[in-house]
Ligand binder design. Structure first.
Ligand code: PEP
Ligand code: MG
Length: 868
């Protein structure tokens, strides 16, 4: 009769890690899968608790003796710790339990004299340390003395007599120090070893250590006793570890190491250089020692077969820890294959292909942010990093290039085929062209939703903002670091937008790759997810990228961004600075065809998918001319003296532009602007609808609303313009009008606002700014300190503050839908690309999130995970 306290590895039916430890479960499962796992038994956690209480001898029942006897005559045993989770650590294993003076001749017969004496010596040393607390250094001194005496290089070169002497000396040392002779029965050795491992597990330092790895206070231990597969002896013997997937790509590929005449995985970490597994690997590494394949031709095939069985049975990619005993391969354990973030995608889809896991499991296996490695160039994790500045990780990916301080230089360098890193205090619309030409962007100021950050994310350009520990020395045209290093114009630096770091020089990079596995996983995500993923796309170019990432539509087209381009920005500025309605109309007349053409292109690219166009929302400070040259240019274009421009710019400048005449406030006070935009949208829709089969139903969005009356005023004019265009063009157009909820008041007054709205789109950038009273453009200056000191768990401009801003979202959603149950709910702030925020939106019953195109894959996967 078997008790639950201990059970044969090959008899366990449904093991669980809390009882038998993670390793115990793996071994039992592998044994059940028919793999060559050495026989042995699992000692349950409950049994180890008894050992801790009464000592192992009190519970070493006859049954246990019988099982051990059943393992065979003269077998040596290993004793291993098996905590519930491998990462909790635990005491070291004791190998070769059972060598005694009496059994030595038989062992010599099996493994030869040198081998047998070495194993005996190592047992006395390991056992002495674990059971009696002897100092291993004393045993190592014995070895060192012998090496010196025989004038050889290392222990492996000692003559046989030295090995014999070492055993004699070790036995004497043990007896002296422990006060008793070394135990001469396997049973006794095993009992004391069990006591020692359990005692060590319950020691104070072990407890503290494992708690630092996340173990609970009452974490228990299970033990594993197994027949030793001797990696030393006659024929081909040794220990090894083989991995079957490439760590970087996740593609199949056998690699690993094998150490002849060695025991246990630890041997691979030792002094001798392990051999490789395949002959091909040895040739390409130009290694001299024969590979395992050359010693044992069938081994690679056997390892691959074991890998397939393990992966299938255990549902993941595992490397195989093995021992070869006289040509026979034994599986000692399975260890999760190490993998890069990118490799997780390939591994997950391959596991589905072989039927080891379901698609849903695969979707949950991949951390959405890991897709960054598929989408953007990254610094090789193994490359040395010379970090010289820190900021916020505003846009992922890494880029190396020459330091440039002006957009013009970036354009010039790009034309010469050179990569440029555009370095600015902060960026403004004049920098956009330079940003297009640059390989990366670095700003000293700014936060996660500042101009540089938003634009760079839209362009998929690596970007670090708010690098406050760097100083721009404008005079010397150099960046100066805190420790006084200086990087002048033309110096090579790297921005790591994934980590928010600036590095000196050019570290090795890993190229992005959208392979078949990525596409496959994305298609599964789309089948599962219940929340839409749209893109924030401002230009036709953005829309094309967004379509490439299979989004469900455009959730935010920031129309002011359509005028950032050099050839348009002056017309936009003329419109903003116009003194009279007549002048403004004249500028608007010139803007109308540009807008219309852009919308025609956007609608055509999106082919009937929803497109949400936001009416103009220009924070004026982003559009006013800054330098003298720009003022002159504009004066020329407007045919007015430069002093007039300076005066008007001054009169428009605001103390707090982000809370100034922005959004709908501009629409109310200068209604002709929104009139022009509405006309451009409806004319474009009319053009596209007569041309294309897929009909457009534009969604028009009013920004920065805080009162229902604002919506009524704008709505009345938009409706009127729609009627005009329909009459002029003799077409029928349908459209939806909605608002951005980005002021706390809009959230609170959601009932009033829902009445005239088809949809709410939450602008969580501004809503976060206004809820915290925290400038989105300046937060970067102290956000790192706030997060590092744990004041904020995360930058709320990056991951939605679900407690505060989130509550406003919930209030607005509930109140809005009370009035208008069909109210469509979306989120288009930068949080739309953040997995945790997406999770929140799904739970809150939102219809979609919208994020920059390059983040759409991350959002699609996060949306799927939120559904599962
Ligand atoms: C927002 O405020 O969340 C938003 C999307 O608008 P913008 O970033 O353009 O202010
Ligand atoms: Mg906003």
């Amino acid at each position: 009769m078997m008790t639950a306290d201990f059970i044969r590895i090959h008899d366990v039916i449904d093991p669980d890690a809390a009882t038998y430890g993670a390793r115990g479960v793996r071994l039992a499962r592998m044994a059940a899968l028919g793999l060559p796992v050495p026989r042995g038994l699992l000692l349950a956690r409950s049994f180890c608790d008894k050992i801790a209480r009464d000592g192992a001898a009190a519970h070493f029942a006859t049954e246990l003796d019988d099982i051990l006897a059943g393992l065979g005559d003269e077998v040596l045993l290993s004793l291993r710790a098996a905590p519930e989770k491998g990462e909790w650590g635990g005491p070291e294993a004791l190998l070769n339990i059972g060598i005694t003076n009496e059994r030595l001749p038989a062992l010599i017969e099996r493994v030869g004299e040198a081998g047998a004496y070495t194993l005996y010596f190592r047992l006395i040393e390991g056992y002495g340390a674990a059971v009696e607390g002897l100092d291993p250094d004393d045993f190592e001194t014995l070895v060192a003395d012998q090496v010196k005496y025989h004038a050889v290089k290392s222990e492996g070169d000692l003559p046989l007599e030295a090995h014999k002497t070492l055993v004699e000396e070790a036995l004497a040392l043990y007896a002296d120090e422990a006060g008793d002779p070394f135990p001469q029965s396997q049973r006794e050795q095993l009992i004391h070893a069990m006591d020692a491992l359990v005692r060590s597990w319950n020691g104070v330092s072990a407890r503290i250590l494992r708690q630092s790895y996340g173990a609970p206070e009452d974490a228990g231990l299970a033990l594993i006793v197994q027949r030793m597969a001797l990696g030393v002896g006659q024929g081909v013997c040794g220990a090894g570890l083989a991995h079957m997937v490439d760590e970087r790509s996740g593609a199949p590929g056998l690699s690993g190491r094998f150490l002849p005449q060695a025991q246990g995985y630890d041997a691979l970490m030792g002094l001798r250089t392990p051999h490789l597994i395949t002959a091909a690997a040895r040739e390409s590494a130009r290694q001299s020692g024969l590979s395992l394949e050359e010693l044992l031709p069938d081994a690679p095939r056997a390892l691959e077969a074991h890998y397939a069985t393990i992966s299938h049975g255990l549902g993941d990619a595992y490397g195989v820890e093995f021992t070869v005993e006289n040509g026979a391969l034994w599986v000692l354990d399975a260890v999760l294959s190490p993998r890069s973030a990118r490799a997780t995608v390939r591994i997950a889809t391959d596991l589905v292909r072989i039927g080891a896991i379901t698609r849903e499991q695969a979707l949950l296996r991949v951390e959405p942010r890991a897709l960054i490695e598929n989408l953007h160039r990254q610094i090789d994790p193994s490359a040395p990093r010379d970090v010289c500045g820190h900021g916020l990780p505003a846009s992922p990916g890494a880029a190396t290039g020459r330091v440039t301080f002006s957009p013009e230089e970036a354009i010039q360098l790009d034309a010469q085929g050179e990569a440029a890193i555009l370095v600015r205090i902060e960026t403004s619309p004049e920098d956009i062209r330079g940003m297009h030409s640059a390989s990366g962007v670095l700003t000293v100021r700014g936060g996660m939703t500042s101009h540089a950050a938003v634009i760079a994310r839209g362009l998929g350009l690596p970007c670090v903002v708010g690098a406050g520990d760097l100083r721009l020395d404008q005079k010397a045209r150099a960046i100066v670091t805190q420790d006084g290093r200086s990087f002048s114009e033309g110096a090579i630096i790297t921005v790591d937008g994934t980590r928010g770091e600036v590095l000196a020089g050019a570290p090795d990079m890993i190229a992005p790759e959208l392979d078949g596995a990525f596409e496959l996983l994305m298609s599964w995500a789309d089948q599962v997810r219940e929340i839409g993923v749209r893109a924030n796309a401002d230009t036709p170019q953005d829309a094309r990228v967004a379509r490439g990432f299979a989004v469900d539509g455009i959730g935010l087209c920031r129309t002011e961004h359509m005028f950032f381009h050099e050839d348009r920005i002056n017309t936009m500025r003329e419109m903003i600075l116009a003194d009279t309605v007549g002048d403004r109309r004249s500028a608007l007349d010139r803007l109308l065809p540009m807008q219309r053409d852009d919308f025609v292109e956007l609608f055509s690219i999106m082919r009937g998918l929803p497109v949400t166009i936001r009416l103009l929302d220009p924070p004026l400070h982003e559009f006013l001319p800054h330098g003298r040259d720009e003022m002159h240019d504009l004066a020329e274009a407007m045919d007015v003296p430069v002093t007039t421009i300076i005066e008007r710019a001054k009169s428009l400048s605001e103390f707090n532009p982000m809370l100034g005449k922005r959004g709908v406030r501009l629409g109310i006070t200068m209604p002709e602007i929104y009139d022009m935009q509405a006309r451009a949208i409806f004319e474009a829709a009319a053009i596209v609808n007569t041309r294309n089969l897929e009909q457009v139903e534009p969604e028009i969005m009013i920004p920065l609303v805080s009162a229902a009356r604002e919506v009524d005023v704008v709505k009345a004019r938009v409706d009127e313009i729609a009627a005009q265009v329909m009459a002029e063009r003799e077409v029928r157009l349908t459209y939806r009008l909605g608002i951005m909820v980005e002021t706390p008041r809009a959230a609170l007054r959601a009932r009033d606002l829902a009445e005239g709205s088809h949809f709410f789109s939450f602008g969580t950038n501004d809503l976060t700014q206004m809820t915290y009273g925290l400038s989105r453009d300046d937060a970067g200056r102290f956000m790192r300190d706030y997060v590092n000191q744990g004041v904020f768990a995360e930058d709320p401009f990056h991951s939605l503050d679900v407690e505060g801003v989130g509550e406003l979202l919930l209030i607005a959603a509930r109140r809005g839908r009370q009035i208008n149950p069909d109210l469509m709910l979306g989120l288009c702030g930068e949080h739309g690309g953040d997995p945790n925020s997406i999770h929140f939106c799904k739970l809150a019953g939102f219809d979609y999130v919208s994020c920059s195109p390059y983040r759409a894959p991350i959002a699609r996967l996060a949306a799927a995970q939120a559904t599962l």
